[in-house]
Write a protein that binds this ligand. Structure first.
Ligand code: ISJ
Length: 190
């Protein structure tokens, strides 16, 4: 199926992020299963690969300024410092997904996220009984945070984002599915 919205030249006039339902006409059914799922992506990737081959590779964890669209998604001022975490979710040492998570610094106290290291943020999040996930949005624009690793950003097929709420913390999670994952699982190009 062709992409009625995403492939038109006018798409550049649309917001970068679309509600996932608005992107569905441009998305194959196999990709919809991944992009629109609301359960733990970590758990899904663990189940999709050979047992014991899933790993979170920490690319960067730091304190810095969020991108403008990230601040808007979190409802914070753009010049407000945030906790930034960038990872590659790997199966058998191959990155399948790259993710960037952003949380307002002042909400992080006592959460212990600084010590997460290469343990999955998703595994921690989905253990929280009061966890609420906001609406999913999708994009075809490649991630900016992997620009210095061209192999990663150039291979992004779909991106998605949503805000998790837990115990006074708002955490924006953005995940980009790479063509390496499509190749390994026999998924279509989009
Ligand atoms: C939100 C989840 O967490 C995943 C794990 C991440 C991490 O360790 O930084 C980041 C984003 C997600 O891809 C999930 O598993 O659904």
């Amino acid at each position: 199926m062709t992409a009625p919205v995403l492939s038109t030249p006018a798409f550049s006039l649309f917001p970068q992020w679309l509600p996932v339902a608005a992107a569905q006409p441009a998305m194959s059914a196999p990709w919809w299963q991944w992009v629109a799922s609301t359960d733990s992506l970590t758990a899904r990737l663990m189940a999709a690969g050979e047992p014991g081959t899933f790993r979170v590779r920490l690319l960067r964890q730091t304190i810095g300024l969020p991108q403008r669209d990230e601040a808007l998604a979190l409802g914070i001022a753009p010049r407000r410092y945030a906790w930034l975490r960038e990872v590659a979710l790997c199966v058998d040492e191959t990155p399948w997904v790259v993710a960037r998570s952003v949380a307002p610094l002042h909400q992080l106290q006592g959460k212990g996220l600084g010590k997460l290291g290469e343990r999955s943020l998703g595994s921690w999040l989905f253990q929280q009984p009061d966890l609420v996930r906001g609406p999913l949005e999708a994009t075809v624009t490649p991630p900016r945070f992997t620009h210095q690793q061209p192999g990663l950003s150039a291979n992004s097929l779909w991106g998605r984002r949503s805000v998790f709420e837990h115990g006074g913390l708002s955490l924006l999670v953005q995940e980009y599915f790479l063509s390496t994952m499509a190749d390994a699982l026999g998924l279509p190009s989009r």
